[in-house]
Design a protein around this ligand. Sequence first.
Ligand SMILES: Nc1ncnc2c1ncn2[C@@H]1O[C@H](COP(=O)(O)OP(=O)(O)OP(=O)(O)O)[C@@H](O)[C@H]1O
Ligand SMILES: CCCCCCCCCCCCC/C=C/[C@@H](O)[C@H](CO)NC(=O)CCCCC
Ligand SMILES: [Ca+2]
Length: 554
Amino acid sequence: MTRLSEMMEKQPRLLSSKLFQRHRQFEVVLNRSVLAWKEIERSRQRSSGISSESETAHSHAIQVCEIVAVRKSEEDDQDDTKTGGQKKAKQRYQLYPHAFTVSYVRRTGQHQWRCSDVTFHCANQALCEEWIQVINEQLSLLASRPKSLLVYINPYGGKRRGKRIYEQKVAPLFRRASISADVIVTERANHARDHLKTEANLDKYDGVVCVGGDGMFSEILHGLVTRTQTDHGVDQNQPDAELVPCSLRIGIIPAGSTDCICFATVGTNDPVTSALHIIVGDSQPMDVCSVHHNDFFLRYSVSLLGYGFYGDVLTDSERKRWLGPARYDLSGVKTFLSHNYYEGTVSFLPAEDDMGNPRDKLQCRSGCHVCQHKPSSKDKPWETSEEKEKSDKDSSSGWSVIRGKFIAINAASMSCACPRSPKGLSPSAHLADGTTDLILVRKCSRFDFLRHLLRHTNKEDQFDHSFVEVHRVRTFRFQPRHQEPVSLEDLSETPKKKGFGPICSGQMTCNYSKAQSSWTCDGEILPHAAIQASVQCQLIRLFARGIEEQQQQQ
Ligand SMILES: Nc1ncnc2c1ncn2[C@@H]1O[C@H](COP(=O)(O)OP(=O)(O)OP(=O)(O)O)[C@@H](O)[C@H]1O
Ligand SMILES: CCCCCCCCCCCCC/C=C/[C@@H](O)[C@H](CO)NC(=O)CCCCC
Ligand SMILES: [Ca+2]
């Protein structure tokens, strides 16, 4: 075949026909990117504004890349049967028995997507089949759409609804879009991680789907990243190893307690919306922070690495798992009343000035320009180990060092927006810029800390306090003031928290503090307080597109 004929072969065919919908006739046009239909009678007086999906009184347009599927219609696919017009539908069905139904993405508000159907009646069978074939040809050209997925369901996450959510809301959509799915319902913690690490035949799949919460996502993340490094002979224990990005994308069907990763990448925690982002083959790169203790790999983080307040909340909440999502509220209040602070030294390498800063109010949204500026190796002096060694010894090479007493040290690699805090811990953090926002909350009164916390739930700036500072960084280290114990037991056990601290009143600060807190790493407790963390730019990709700027409601 010549190149020209090969190219012609790949060109989608275009169609234009007069078709019926309800009792009206429409001019229906399919071009390379849009399926549009306009009522014939009245369309001459009206102009149609076509966007992603637009609608005037009598004209509609949907993007081909947001079509879920097309199929030959059954009698009960008729729109009117659902709206009480059974008689009309029957008549039309008798008149034009050949019809096809297009399922497509419809935006319903608050970043929520739904799958809607539109049915067109054709004058004859050949025309109907031609439409189905041409739409299917166009869909098959969308190379980023997954055809085969590996799905892990945590049946115990959140309110224990994972299995039901998948079977009732997600699987029917995957079937409609002709996506095949191998489903594994996990039988124990780390089942999904271990399966991905060693057993799964990943060549068979276009992506991995996680049905569960942030903890379950973390399992998939660790399984997939570790597997990729093993396959490429990369040693994760080396803090400055250049990690290999994962080729498979991850889809998140939210079914957990916080679901912050889903919320911060889609804008809502809704299983149907997430399933549709998977079907249309969205791709959102995401930073992953690797955490080490000396030359020993601990964990990866994509959301919150928190020492002090959040570490203590998580440690306490683990003992209350039986309470479900409410455990965070209870442990939150208890930890707040304890009002502990911790001493230590934070060192960090700030991001360059052109990476923006955590207070610039530039939120990361779909197609974010900051995230598209992926630094080249010549922009990344911190990446060579020689430079790194030099900078460790030489504070003039860019490392900043802060010693102090902290109520909380938080590193947010993304906004960490969630229903509890819709703008998140760091509202301007970016999903895929290769940096994390390091938030230092120094010792202050309980009243001031409460003001700071409350600002996470309203429009006020949570960084606008004298006792809070925030830096956009590439890498950081923390050394607690008091040396930590080094027995082997401590490697496997989570640190034990000493009792409840005395409650201080009003504006006063407490003078009680236990020596060390623990780090929470995306909801898991780390066994060491002394850590170093480095952001690996765009190590993974999700089936998401970031939060869409403007809702295009239909
Ligand atoms: N079959 C299973 N039995 C017990 N635990 C499991 C199972 N499958 C997964 N897990 C573990 O359950 C933990 C919580 O899961 P998940 O994240 O889905 O729910 P969650 O309620 O949101 O919890 P979290 O708030 O900690 O993220 C995860 O850390 C995961 O390792
Ligand atoms: C008095 C009013 C105070 C209100 C304070 C609201 C502040 C909320 C900030 C929430 C930030 C969540 C960050 C998410 C981190 C997830 O990786 C992790 C795993 O699921 N969840 C938690 O750590 C769970 C963290 C739960 C924290 C309460
Ligand atoms: Ca980031």
